[in-house]
Design a protein around this ligand. Structure first.
Ligand code: HEM
Length: 530
């Protein structure tokens, strides 16, 4: 290890630290020092470093010949990722991303001219002001979510949340909504997301980018290669199917003002090929479909596991909103406890615990250490949010911490470099969907608490078993495994309000409904851009 590189665990020849690189739930292994010692040997090495435990705020791993830096403090995020974003904005080279998305996915592509052009098109729609244009469809879909929950059992919660978040992002981007959770497009989107989750899980595959000779292994012995090809097929199929529908809408004069319509009309001005437009829509669809529903599912899980939190939120909602109307977006400003609940859910169960990895565009210098060009940089949101030096009892779900101070930190902690949107990443790559997501989250947190009471399902109640808050799925996003629960409407009056609101939303829905359509196979689409 060269002396000017940041500290890290000792390496072994050729593999570097690959022998201790986590294969699943990687973020647990990157915890801050105090908590980490419990978990595994990786961070224990860091605890023992000569410069003291604080070196673990950022440390370096060798992945074969490459370097990976794990950033585990708000201060380092600000100084390195935000303030030096001009050099930390690249993405790592990725065999998997290149095969799956043909180097054309805005979220995973290298920092280059095509990415800049794509990002520019996103600003036009996803700024705070642009987001407000989509409020009507978000509100109507949030009403359908309450309606669907009302008319089904607690076991279907996960399906309803997924339908909601997918339908919102697809309406905004492709102008196409999904009224039911079981329509062919929804199946195709979730088939694709599931494969992509497996494709992009940090540490889950052999390090083909660091040790390229692995790519000579024939497909039949290389599961990752087969998975990448499958990812390419299933993702391309749905992205280009939805793009085709928008093109057809424009041709037949049935435009509905969706984002991709605008992009297609300005395609030449933006300098975008059809392939880039298709993958742009796909990146937004994937970015929005899974994340919002994952957050809401985690929140419900926490409300059930921590009933005293649910009680306080109900009290606040009843006091401010009352019984006679459903919440509206502007109400969130008068609901400090619900805002604290939002922040605490992001902290306790961040949807993207290791974000999307960045890479150094050029050599960089930070606190006297050299960060070589090409190094992979992980923002360890999980570690940052579970640091006992910063948060009192970080493993307890306690929104009150955000009422005591804006960042939920312990008294005496210097919060001058903190920000509450670290779950959305940093610098030039920060999530372009954060405003759209915030609106969705605020609307649904209020609606769900206003309308329903969530509790463990009867079996669990009878047995008196503890509700499991750790049953999460493996993958790049941190999503609870579906859990049975009991959901009861809070009053008959509220049931009537939901029914009425849902029936008056139908005229708005019509604009985004074009019925089920057959999804063509990938080859047809490939031919279309050749
Ligand atoms: C709770 C909701 C969401 C969370 C927690 C979330 C989180 C993130 C994170 C951590 C990143 C990586 C940022 C970085 O590299 O520093 C990201 C990027 C991205 N997100 Fe989101 N996201 C959410 C919702 C959305 C929505 C609704 C959309 C679509 C409208 C979206 C689209 C994207 C895209 C396209 C990128 C890639 C940006 C780039 O590389 O330039 N996300 N998101």
């Amino acid at each position: 290890r060269a002396p000017l590189l940041p500290p890290g665990p000792p390496t072994i020849p050729f593999l570097g630290n690959l022998n201790i690189f986590p294969k699943e739930f990687a973020f647990f292994k990157y915890l801050p020092v105090q908590t980490a010692a419990r978990f595994n040997s990786l961070t224990k090495f860091v605890v023992g470093l000569p410069n003291g435990p604080k070196t673990a705020l950022y440390f370096k791993l060798k992945i074969g010949p490459d370097n990976a830096i794990v950033v585990s403090s708000m201060k380092v995020v600000k100084e390195l990722m935000d303030q030096q974003s001009n050099i930390t904005c690249d993405r790592p080279k990725s065999y998997m991303a290149d095969v799956v998305h043909e180097e054309s996915n805005a979220a995973l592509m290298r920092y280059n001219d095509a990415w800049r052009r794509l990002r520019k098109t996103m600003h036009a729609i996803l700024t705070p002001a642009g987001t407000m244009e989509h409020l009507p469809i978000q509100e109507a879909e949030a009403t359908q979510l309450m309606y669907d929950i009302l008319h089904s059992s607690g076991n279907d919660l996960c399906t309803h949340l997924r339908r909601y978040s997918t339908s919102v992002i697809s309406s905004v981007v492709f102008g196409k909504r999904f009224p039911r959770g079981d329509c062919p497009e929804m199946d195709a989107i979730f088939e694709s997301l599931e494969v992509l989750e497996a494709v992009f899980e940090v540490g889950a595959h052999p390090p083909v980018d660091q040790l390229p000779f692995l790519n000579y292994i024939p497909d039949r012995w290389a599961r990752w290669k087969r998975l990448a090809k499958l990812g390419h097929q299933v993702a391309g199929r749905i992205y280009f199917h939805l793009l085709g529908l928008v093109e057809e809408q424009i041709r037949s004069g049935r435009e509905n003002g969706c984002y991709i319509e605008t992009v297609i009309k300005k395609q030449e001005e933006y300098g975008l090929s059809r392939k880039l437009v298709g993958y742009l829509g796909g990146a937004l669809l994937d970015g929005g479909a899974h994340t919002t529903s994952a957050f809401l599912l985690s929140m419900v899980l926490c409300l059930i596991a921590f009933p005293e939190v649910q009680k306080k939120a109900h009290e606040e909602i009843d006091r401010v909103i009352g019984q006679d109307r459903a919440p509206r977006l502007e109400d969130i400003a008068s609901l400090p406890y619900c805002q604290a609940l939002l922040n605490e859910t992001h902290r306790f169960r961040p949807v993207a615990p290791l974000g999307i990895p960045h890479a150094m565009l050029t050599d960089g210098l930070y606190r006297g250490y050299v960060l070589p060009k090409g190094s992979i940089v992980f923002i360890n949101a999980w570690g940052i949010y579970h640091d006992p030096d910063v948060y009192e009892d970080p493993e307890t779900f306690n929104p009150d911490r955000y009422l005591q101070n804006e960042f939920g930190a312990k008294p005496g902690v210097d919060t001058s470099h903190f920000r509450n949107n670290i779950v959305f990443g940093s610098g030039r790559r920060i999530c372009p969907g954060q405003h759209l997501a915030n609106t969705s989250l605020a609307l649904n947190v209020m609606n769900l608490l206003w309308a329903f009471e969530f509790s463990p399902d009867e079996m669990i109640q009878k047995k008196g078993t503890k509700f499991d808050i750790w049953n999460y799925r493996k993958g790049g996003f941190y999503v609870p495994a579906p859990f049975p629960c009991s959901i009861k409407p809070r009053s008959a009056a509220k049931v009537s309000i939901i029914e009425e609101q849902f029936s008056s939303a139908s005229s708005l829905f019509e604009k985004f409904e074009s019925g089920d359509s057959e999804i063509k196979d990938l080859d047809d689409h490939e031919r279309m851009w050749m």
